[in-house]
Ligand binder design. Sequence first.
Ligand SMILES: [Zn+2]
Length: 96
Amino acid sequence: MKNVKRSKNLSIDSNLNISGSIFIDMDAKRQEVEKLLSEKRNIDDQINKLQQDCKHEKQVIKQVADESSFTVRYVCESCSKVLGWPGEKELKQFFK
Ligand SMILES: [Zn+2]
């Protein structure tokens, strides 16, 4: 299911290139972004592998970044994988 959202804008981009250097700059930026995104995928893969090999022997309650805010989760101390949600009791202790 990966790679489903491939860009379909290739023809539009080449049309824009005829009208000036600003579009070449945009292209360079896009290439940089593409490069970084592929590095990010690589890094995510490596993290995933480490987390899959980890036995998660030490669980700690930590604040982790959610999409919009920070939330409190049980995470593995060694690989940082999110393992679960603390109950109300644990939350109260954490914020004491
Ligand atoms: Zn772990």
